[in-house]
Design a protein around this ligand. Structure first.
Ligand SMILES: [Zn+2]
Length: 282
């Protein structure tokens, strides 16, 4: 039997943009100890950078790159909640701006993309093709987002759970674009959400390990946010209870979980999963 593979992905963005504006506590105090932990364990992950974090914290961004982690783009500011609610022109401007900022700081263009809040649509894929991206990891199969319970914003319930070549017309079905989708793993214990540090903080180590263990796909993409790695409630005590519970300093437990995964599974990068898909696809 082939060993299950795990990808550790991190969205490097400002603190929970739904509730707080212009705060980078997670990036400033969560990323450096995360890098130390990953370095201790010899694990490489995929870091999706927002353009404004590159601008405000170039040293932290360079540290991520120097440690050999995969570099991806996560849009410019994480201000708009859903890319799919914006025009193609708007998306192109935002992604180009973020891509340029990453190039300015790191001297190389990212080839990997993740939209804020998993909000890709067909326009995004066309934009990514035009900007020479190769891989997208924005689709969270099982995710359904509605506005006022009426209008569908995202519906990824039927999206494939294994890598596929994206279509320029519909991101939830395979097609013939140049971009390969490596879907984020849906949490088998909590539908429509990823398996990540928020879930670990909220439900604890046993549930977190169990969630990864019962995934049926050939690989697992974990999702961490910097603001989930710090005591956000100490800075912002008025945040909703669930956010405070999901965002706290917990490196010992995170490290213990990663150690367990390392002994049972194989860590790799999204680019490795894409390469394997292409090898089978040809
Ligand atoms: Zn994000």
């Amino acid at each position: 039997m082939t060993q299950k593979r795990i990808v550790l992905s991190v969205d490097v963005e400002r603190d929970i943009s739904r509730y707080i504006s212009e705060s980078y506590f997670g990036v400033e105090e969560g990323i450096p100890p995360l890098l130390d932990t990953l370095s201790d364990l010899g694990i490489k992950g995929n870091f999706f950078l927002t353009g404004n974090v590159c601008r405000k914290h170039p040293t932290i961004v360079k540290d991520i790159s120097h440690q050999g982690h995969g570099i991806g783009c996560h849009g410019f500011e994480h201000k708009v909640q859903y890319y799919s609610s914006r025009t193609k022109e708007w998306q192109k401007e935002d992604i180009s701006k973020a891509k340029n900022e990453i190039e300015v700081v790191l001297g190389r263009a990212p080839k990997v993309f993740r939209a804020p809040n998993f909000s890709v649509n067909a326009d995004t894929i066309q934009v990514l093709e035009s900007l020479d991206f190769e891989l997208d990891s924005s689709v969270l199969p099982g995710r359904l987002v509605k506005k006022w319970r009426l209008f569908t914003i995202l519906d990824f319930r039927k999206a494939p759970r294994e890598p596929y070549r994206l279509s320029e017309r519909d991101v939830t079905v395979p097609g013939d674009s140049s971009i390969i989708e490596v879907p984020v793993t849906e949490n088998p214990l909590n539908s429509g959400i990823p398996i990540g540090s928020g879930f670990l903080n909220y439900f604890g180590k046993e549930e977190f390990l169990k969630a990864v263990d019962v995934v049926k796909q050939s690989y697992v993409v974990l999702l961490l946010h910097p603001w989930e790695l710090v005591d956000l409630g100490k800075r912002y005590p008025r945040l909703p209870e669930w956010v405070i519970k999901a965002c706290r300093l917990n490196f010992e437990i995170l490290k213990a979980c990663l150690e367990e995964f390392r002994s049972e599974y194989q860590f790799c990068l999204l680019e490795d999963i894409r390469a394997d898909f292409l090898a089978k696809d040809s």
